[in-house]
Design a protein around this ligand. Structure first.
Ligand SMILES: Cc1cc2nc3c(=O)[nH]c(=O)nc-3n(C[C@H](O)[C@H](O)[C@H](O)COP(=O)(O)OP(=O)(O)OC[C@H]3O[C@@H](n4cnc5c(N)ncnc54)[C@H](O)[C@@H]3O)c2cc1C
Length: 600
């Protein structure tokens, strides 16, 4: 049976000592997050994830969801009771606005909690997770009446939300949407079409399901300029808030898939279902992007969560399993063999896992802070800077975070050897569950193009230039500290590779756009290396200072410094190789005609 313990010590270190949440107590909502409250939220959420959600992860995977002939869907045993418990504990309400029944706490705490939940049981966490994104979109673009009608129940977890973009012919290219929205005399719309792959499209966890659906009105322009957003409840809602008629939206099938078996992935049939427009006509994609951006950060956190859960099991197995002897001589001569931990190649995978998960946690939580600074920081300049950085880092958190999260999960399976391939040991589930994170919410190739094609050029490159300057400045500030100088120099060099790659795109992508597409994946990975490098520098600084001050827990801070050094030595050099790949351009990649790929 796999283990999972929420890494609360590490999370609290990042929130309190690295991000220093208490420094922002002047901002709305942050004043409530006193150090004691932060401790309690993180520890209790960790307990819920480890003790309630994690034990249902393997059984949920084995049992999966089932659809009955009437289109209803049953989630695995224990999910409904656990959702009740989740609701009553208020885990979904932490950073939701107080006026709609939320606790109004900083989003950083919500992000931390969502990592624990996604690590413990990703399939379960997706049910309330998507609801948070739907709430953000409704709050940003919905009418006051829509806010009152849906948001309080969704915040309370009584109703759950979904996101309906994908259709059989329309995946990445949303311009191909064909679901129709016919205006009705009463101001509502009749929605008709088929959506596929809809996570949590139908289930038995909540009394109502609020679908956010992209569709086209009759005379809408072609492509993405003609998409509108609609709210389509499973049960319509009466003016007094009670449930009305069963709407004509139903689940036609559920998918049998590689992982997240306990999350129902549904084909949703809309047969003239009653829906209401959210925001302006033909501006639906912008509205849906609010949900998608929140979801992209959430998916990056899923990648981290799966890596963390797999890592903990890799560590446990490497300590327990004994095979062979250390290269330097028997580590435990009394026993017949040494633990796997002694083998440098096993250490390589464990250190990669440790350096990635701890660095990625810091990046994701910083992302959570930026979400709020973009909205709540005191000056326009600070809000703009946070928004720029968040826009730049969102595809990195999603794309790099899930690519590497999957790598870590497979490496941990590797540590388990053949036993990692055997279903009953539970480690292969992390690999299967992590795999979808690279595909949905915009496949990672699309994230890379969002970074290179849109985010770099936006506002004349203002965001990336600010990021370069921030990294350089923090490196310069660390070079005089003996424990950090090598780490800072290596990061500065990786930042130089990112600058060179950016310059190369500026000079070569206009003449041949394929040059941008051919290098985008590598660029996203250099950006990930530099972003995590910056996090390791920040964590290293705190650790060095704490050791110098003689603060307690020296072993924790020493481990941070060694891991920062490992990251600098083993991750940052890849930036140079990736930059050289980018500079080789698109030629050999695009030269062959399609026919040359066929065999025989
Ligand atoms: C388990 C699961 C849950 C899902 N949940 C939801 C949900 O809740 N709501 C929802 O609306 N959808 C959902 N999806 C759909 C998911 O978001 C899409 O599968 C995804 O966006 C990719 O679309 P596609 O599968 O049609 O792939 P395609 O668009 O056909 O793309 C195939 C591949 O081609 C590449 N590619 C395509 N276009 C580009 C491009 N422009 N640049 C670079 N590379 C490109 C990518 O590598 C991509 O992986 C889910 C899917 C799965 C499997």
């Amino acid at each position: 049976m796999p283990i999972y313990q929420a890494p609360t010590r590490d999370t609290l270190f990042i929130i309190k000592e690295v991000i220093r949440l208490s420094d922002y107590s002047n901002l709305p909502g942050f004043e409530a997050a006193t150090p004691d409250i932060v401790d309690t939220v993180i520890k209790e959420a960790g307990k819920f994830a480890s003790e309630v959600l994690a034990p249902l992860n393997a059984s949920g995977d084995q049992e999966g969801c089932t659809r009955a002939d009437d289109g209803s869907v049953k989630t695995p045993s224990g999910f409904k009771q656990t959702h009740e418990q989740w609701r009553e504990s208020g885990w979904g309400t932490i950073s939701a606005p107080e006026e709609f029944g939320g606790q109004g706490m900083p989003g950083v705490l919500g992000f931390a909690v969502s990592e624990f939940m996604a690590a413990a049981n990703m399939a379960f966490a997706m049910y309330p997770g998507l609801t948070n994104g739907a709430v953000s979109a409704l709050l940003a673009k919905g009418s006051p009446q829509q806010h009152q009608m849906y948001v309080p129940k969704m915040v309370a977890g009584e109703w759950l939300g979904t996101m309906n973009l994908t259709e059989p012919q329309c995946g990445t290219d949303l311009g191909l949407i064909s679901t129709k929205a016919e205006p009705q005399l009463d101001g509502a719309f009749a929605i008709t079409g088929t959506k596929i792959f809809i996570s949590a499209g139908e289930h038995d966890l909540s009394e109502n399901i609020i679908h956010l659906v992209l569709a086209k009105t009759p005379d809408a322009p072609e492509g993405t300029k003609g998409i509108s957003l609609f709210v389509v409840p499973k049960f319509t809602v009466e003016p007094d808030g009670s449930l009305g008629e069963r709407n004509t939206v139903s689940c036609g099938a559920i998918e049998h898939k590689m992982g997240i078996h306990a999350n129902a992935t549904c084909v949703m049939n809309y047969d003239g279902a009653t829906g209401w427009m959210v925001g302006e006509e033909n501006k639906g994609l912008a509205a849906m992007f609010i949900m998608m951006n929140a979801a992209r950060l959430g998916v990056g956190i899923q990648g981290l969560g799966q890596a963390e859960a797999a890592y903990q099991n890799g560590v446990a197995y490497a300590a327990d399993r004994r095979q062979g002897r250390a290269l330097t001589g028997a580590a435990d001569p009394e026993a017949k063999a040494d633990p796997l931990f002694v083998h440098p190649d096993v250490r390589r995978m464990l250190m990669d896992g440790k350096a990635f998960t701890e660095g990625m946690r810091a990046l994701a939580l910083w992302g959570g802070l930026l979400v709020e600074l973009a909205e709540k920081a005191e000056t326009e300049e600070e809000r703009e800077q946070a928004d720029d950085l968040l826009g730049l880092l969102t595809p990195v958190i999603k794309g790099y975070g899930t690519d590497k999260g999957y790598d870590v999960a497979t490496n941990m399976q590797q540590i388990w050897g053949g036993h990692g391939y055997i279903v009953e040991n539970g480690v292969e589930q992390f690999v299967r569950d992590a795999r979808i994170t690279m595909i949905y919410e915009g496949a990672n190739g699309v994230q890379a193009m969002d970074l290179v094609g849109r985010k770099l050029a936006k506002n004349g490159g203002r965001a990336i230039q600010a990021f370069f300057a921030m990294v350089d400045e923090e490196c310069a500030g660390a070079k005089d500290t003996e424990m950090l100088s090598d780490i800072a120099e290596r990061l500065e060099k990786a930042n130089g590779e990112l600058k060179a790659a950016t310059m190369w795109f500026m000079q070569n992508a206009m003449t041949n756009p394929d040059n941008a597409g051919a290098g985008a994946h590598h660029y996203m990975h250099i950006a990930g290396i530099v972003a995590l490098g910056l996090m390791w520098l920040r964590m290293g600084k705190v650790a060095a200072q704490s050791l110098a001050d003689g603060d307690g827990d020296a072993a924790f801070y020493e481990a941070k410094l060694v891991t920062a050094r490992y990251f600098a030595e083993r991750f940052t050099p890849d930036a140079g190789a990736l930059r050289r790949k980018i500079e080789s351009g698109a030629e050999s990649m695009m030269e062959l005609p399609q026919t040359a790929f066929a065999r025989n």
